[in-house]
Ligand binder design. Structure first.
Ligand code: ATP
Length: 901
């Protein structure tokens, strides 16, 4: 039966599932839910734990270690070999756990993006999680939605679906409601909307016939699996770097090996062990895991600040954003509309009151009026209530809430203020058809048949649009020809006060007209009046725009609204200094060359359609700008995809826009983009800090071994297992603390990073070398001193290891800020994880030095308290030296900046 819904009347579906056009009751829905389960597809089988664990070994560095371990075992250095293997396993375990943690964090965030569906339950329109849908539910579709379950359509208005998820065909298909042949193939079942397909156009209602695994897509079991990538350009860059580094290290190890046996006369076996030490020392085992975790922490922090990352690379890109193109309504403004002005042919009324609370008066020339004395006003207000999809609800705490478009809600409020019984008006003039609002045509029209016998069309929309289609205007004495200039002046006046203007017109039609199409509204409309609505800017937006200015980020307002309104709001937001506005029409007339000359300077783009957005993004990108662009409709998808950081609205955005985006704003708020940029910059900083911290350790260790070989020492200052200990233990403590590093105070006062700037700048390479040399000098120095004092090789090595670790502890503080000074309270105490990590590491080092079992494993010996004092003194030198280096760097930089100005 299930297969043939397309061949039966939709009423049969209603009958089968005990439903009707007004939807299920919530009790029925609950029963169906218990019977049929959630509307969910089974999760793809997760990769089994053992496979993920094994995967950790698939890494060039690990191969090198394994080979080293095998040869060490062949040389019968059993202890060394087992420690090397132990380290390999522990390393894999740490990688596995950290990757798992990162993966979980990302999954949790993906959960925040669960799709929603609009459904009728108990005759009320509700938004529910798509998982809650059951058979028999009536689902409302509109453009941009992803169809949430298999539906038999029963009411359709210009519905087109893109069914490529199911049929592979990317052309949108027109849908209807007629009963079809039984053997119609899937692609031709035009009265069905299948789960997973995308509404590209129009509106519809359908009844759910199948959910979850019973849907067509569930049956083929191949929902376009979201590519879960945990890699990013930076990580790939690092991966590449890691491979080169490994080859480089191997080459140096081989050369050293040959040098040792040929020139220094070492034994081959000894020299092999020394070369293994060198390789092990130079390879940053912990780095890849630290980088993954740093990114994951960044994603989590962004989510806490309402920016949900859909594609991991965006975390990095966000840090280098140079231009943000933002919508106005709801993103920069609060989207809490209120009608402030109503203009009719004769008069201009002003409205008082707060928000959606319908208490307030209508004034004319400063005096409250009675609406009965102004029939034209009454007509405008009533039309605004009828051509309207929103509803107004009084909550228990006496607050008022709007369901639907806030602007339409404001029209309802204006109706109540005018003393109109809105429900009665709607019942008296039931709606027979509509043309829904789309941002391309900027109007909405409805067809009504009143109980008293008349029929009429109402259209409301952008005033320029209505002035074009109206030839007449309604006055007290009847309809007369349109005084275009007067209306233009009125629009200008309202817009200059930042009011969004909406015009409204009417046209009587024959009573037998039951369908509304575009021709019907193209002529003969009679202009009734105009509304001026305010939508106050969000206070956070003003602050966020100020931050952008300090951070060298340009903000551009790209809006569908009128130019003068947009400019007035932009001024309130302190977004512009000039009066330049480019409108969609002007954009259309300019060629790419002309537009690209203006695109950087102009900050307000008005009456812009979605396809203009794509052009703007492309032209900005041609000028090497990294662009974030917001959007909410399906038509914004191409621009969102093209932008470096496409940003969709979580509350008012369509599924299509979300799917095209890198990031979704949970609160639709402009300020959240800026928070995300701040976190993006922090992540990048922290990645650099992790590298800057980890690599000198390896550099130092490698130099120590190299120096010892070249100088002909017959016993190395550090054994391979000791080196592995240092690398492992500091990676899981100190380096991890850096991943938690909070934003630097000046992070939003710097210019955006240059696009394509390498992760390892010459300055960073210098720092790595500089610190490597300091570490080598101190560690090697103390080792030699210990030997000269007659201490055993075990003691001398223990001193060397502890010196190295102590260096790292001090250097960790330096690494908290790359160039800023850390010599202040914040510098030492600003990240509590640093302090925990140091505490933990010291405990480990005590065990390493004094626990007999570890002494046996690592070949260490106890050292005296006096020696600890020497170690701490020597190691603290790095703190001072690096701070001096930073001071010099800052000085040179400041001078260079002054010279450049
Ligand atoms: P932004 O792109 O900044 O979010 P916007 O919300 O002003 O701007 P659109 O939603 O595309 O942009 O609206 C453009 C114009 O269309 C509005 O200025 C208004 O004149 C008209 N309009 C908006 N919503 C409706 C509606 N529900 N009914 C009729 N006309 C509308």
């Amino acid at each position: 039966m299930n297969d043939y819904w397309h061949a039966s009347d939709y009423r049969a579906v209603f009958e089968r599932y005990d439903s009707n056009q007004a939807g299920l009751s919530s009790d029925q829905a609950k029963k169906h839910y218990e019977l049929y389960g959630a509307n969910r597809l089974p999760e793809p089988e997760p990769v089994p734990a053992w496979k993920r664990f094994l995967h950790q070994f698939h890494n060039l560095l690990i191969y090198v270690l394994i080979v080293a371990g095998v040869v060490t075992a062949l040389l019968q250095h059993w202890l060394d070999a087992s420690v090397i293997f132990g380290v390999v396993v522990i390393n894999a375990l740490i990688g596995y756990l950290q990757e798992g943690k990162a993966e979980n964090a990302l999954n949790a965030i993906r959960q925040m993006l669960s799709p929603q569906a609009m459904v009728l339950r108990d005759e009320v329109q509700l938004t529910v999680d798509a998982e809650q849908l059951v058979v028999g539910d009536v689902v409302l579709l509109q453009s941009g939605d992803r169809v949430p379950a298999d539906l038999r359509l029963f009411r359709v208005k210009g519905l087109q679906l893109q069914e490529s998820a199911l049929t592979g065909e990317s052309m949108a298909v027109e849908k209807g409601v007629q009963v079809l042949e039984k053997d119609a193939p899937l692609g031709d079942r035009t009265n069905m909307a299948y789960s997973g397909t995308l509404v590209t156009h129009g509106q519809a209602r359908g009844v759910v016939v199948a959910t979850g695994v019973n849907t067509e897509i569930g049956r083929i079991g191949s929902l376009v699996a979201e590519v879960k990538s945990t890699t990013t350009p930076l990580l790939r860059q690092m991966d590449q770097f890691g491979r080169w580094l490994t080859f480089g290290i191997l080459a140096v190890a081989v050369i050293t090996f040959l040098f040792g046996i040929l020139l220094q006369g070492y034994q081959a076996a000894d020299m092999f062990l020394a070369s293994v030490s060198l390789a092990v020392a130079a390879i940053p085992e912990g780095l890849p895991a630290i980088m993954t975790i740093t990114l994951a922490i960044g994603v989590q922090r962004m989510a806490q600040r309402n920016a949900i990352i859909r594609k991991l690379p965006a975390v990095e890109t966000l840090g280098s954003v140079m231009v943000i193109c933002s919508d106005k309504t709801g993103t920069l403004t609060r989207n809490e509309m209120a009608v402030r002005t109503i203009v009719t042919c004769q008069n201009r009324f002003s409205l008082t009151g707060d928000g959606y609370d319908p208490h307030g008066s209508i004034n004319l020339g400063g005096q409250a009026i009675q609406v009965e004395d102004h029939p034209q006003l009454g007509e405008v207000v009533r039309a605004g209530v009828l051509c309207n999809d929103a509803s107004l609800q009084q909550l228990e705490n006496n607050e008022w809430r709007v369901h639907g478009d806030p602007m339409e809600g404001a029209l309802l409020v204006a109706g109540v203020k005018a003393g109109l019984d809105t429900n009665a008006a709607i019942q008296e003039h039931p709606r027979s058809d509509l043309i829904p609002f789309e941002s391309e045509h900027r109007f909405m029209a409805t067809l009504h048949h009143s109980h008293s016998g008349g029929a009429f069309i109402i259209i409301k929309g952008a005033p320029e649009k209505l002035l074009d289609i109206c030839r007449l205007q309604r006055t007290l004495s009847g309809d007369e020809s349109l005084d275009r200039q007067r209306w233009l002046n009125q629009i200008d006046e309202m817009a200059k006060q930042g009011q969004r203007v909406l015009a409204i017109a009417i046209k009587p039609t024959p009573i037998d007209k039951i369908e509304l199409d575009f021709q019907d509204v193209e002529q003969g409309m009679i202009l009734l009046g105009m509304f001026g609505l305010i939508d106050p800017p969000r206070s956070e937006s003003i602050e966020a725009i100020n931050q952008c200015q300090q951070a060298g980020i340009r903000v551009k307002m790209i809006t569908g609204d009128h130019g003068a309104t947009a400019l007035a709001i932009a001024r309130q937001l302190h977004l512009v200094n000039s009066d330049d506005v480019l409108t969609g029409q002007e954009l259309q007339r300019m060629d790419d060359q002309q537009l690209s000359e203006r695109v950087m300077d102009v900050d307000v783009f008005a009456r812009v359609s979605p396809e203009h957005k794509l052009r703007l993004v492309s032209l900005l990108q041609d000028q090497q700008q990294v662009v974030a662009m917001t959007g909410d409709g399906i038509n914004d998808s191409p621009a969102l995809k093209r932008a470096d950081v496409g940003t969709a609205m979580g509350q008012n955005g369509t599924e299509a826009a979300k799917e095209a985006s890198e990031m979704v704003l949970a609160d639709d708020n402009f300020a959240s983009i800026i928070s995300a940029v701040e976190e993006g910059r922090t992540v990048y900083d922290n990645l650099q800090k992790a590298i800057l911290f980890i690599l000198p350790t390896n550099g130092g260790e490698a130099l120590i071994i190299l120096a010892a070989i070249v100088l002909g020492f017959n016993q190395l200052p550090l054994t391979p297992v000791q080196i592995l200990w240092v690398n492992m233990i500091t990676a899981v403590t100190l380096a991890l603390a850096l991943a938690m590093e909070p934003s630097e105070p000046d992070v939003m006062r710097r210019k955006p990073r240059e696009a394509g700037e390498p992760l390892l700048t010459p300055f960073l390479l210098w720092r790595i070398l500089f610190v490597s040399i300091i570490l080598t000098g101190g560690t090697f120095g103390l080792f030699i001193m210990a030997r000269e004092q007659g201490l055993s090789i075990e003691e001398a090595r223990t001193i060397a290891v502890n010196t190295l670790v102590m260096y790292e502890i001090f250097y960790l503080f330096n690494s908290r800020y790359i160039t800023a000074s850390i010599v202040n309270w914040g510098g030492f105490l600003g990240n509590r994880y640093v302090l925990y990590a140091i505490g933990l590491l010291l405990i480990f080092q005590m065990g390493f030095t004094y626990l007999p079992q570890l002494q046996f494993l690592f070949g260490t010996a106890p050292i005296s308290p006096g020696m600890w004092l020497v170690i701490v003194m020597v190691a603290s030198s790095v703190l001072i030296l690096v701070e001096i280096e930073k001071l010099i760097y800052r000085k040179i930089n400041r001078n260079r900046r002054i010279r450049n100005h």
